[in-house]
Design a protein around this ligand. Sequence first.
Ligand SMILES: [Zn+2]
Length: 301
Amino acid sequence: MKKANLIFFLIIITFITFGCTKSIPKFDGERAFQLLEKQCSFGPRNPNSDGHLLCKNFLINFLEENGAEVKTQKFSAEVRDETYELTNIIASYYPQKRTRIFLGAHWDTRPWADLDSVKINHSKPILGANDGASGVAVLLHLAEILNQYEPVLYGFDIILFDGEDAGTYGSFTDWCLGSKYFVNHLAEVGCEPEVVIIIDMIGDKNLNINIEQNSYQNSPELVEKIWKIAAKNNISNFKTKISEPIFDDHYPFLEKGFQAIDIIDFDYPYWHTLEDTPDKCSAKSLQKIGDVLMSYIYKKL
Ligand SMILES: [Zn+2]
């Protein structure tokens, strides 16, 4: 090979190698963790509370400032003799793209720490650093990235559901009020999802994501795709064990026949206690979830 040809060849190889690796923008777990702390700075975000209102305004402003087309979906629900005023927040990126992927998390927090070891705390609202803020934090940072980098094929809608966490144990009553309302009013949104990915309780320092049973039974291809991405990126927090079925915000979508999965670490000792605080979560855990989603959004579709 002539010297000129060799140089040309090396330039091409360099371009291919670095061009490909650079095609996935970087997710910053520390930045996502700041966004988790920011939500917690408003206090508990249970429906009708001051923290709920402050956080709602923050989320809408944040998404608008980051280039999304933002819609809100307001509705009310009766829960334990109280009327909750609830709001789903829908942030669309690249709305001109007809095929849509929905990425969702719940932004409300549980009104009662009813699994706290101290009985007097059972009527107090939780801070929800992991149960609420962690999934939203990852999606807010993704919004910053989506605003800067256009995915190749699909458009994305970030959906922050309200009223997920005011349910009664052992039944599906009063859980997932936002996602139930959302699937029954899809016409207002103006599009249907190709697939739906929900993330919930993914900030635990000790992160173990088993395969949620309802997801696997109803959307095995999507589960396999996401778990394969994790394995390929050596993210060992994604386990191959099938967990118990969980009724989370993906479930109303499954009932309507959509492909939907829930990425959740349900083994969290501080679940529904006053101890669900930022120190139990880590930037590293948010980074793992962010890395998997980035790979899915920018490369693996
Ligand atoms: Zn919860």
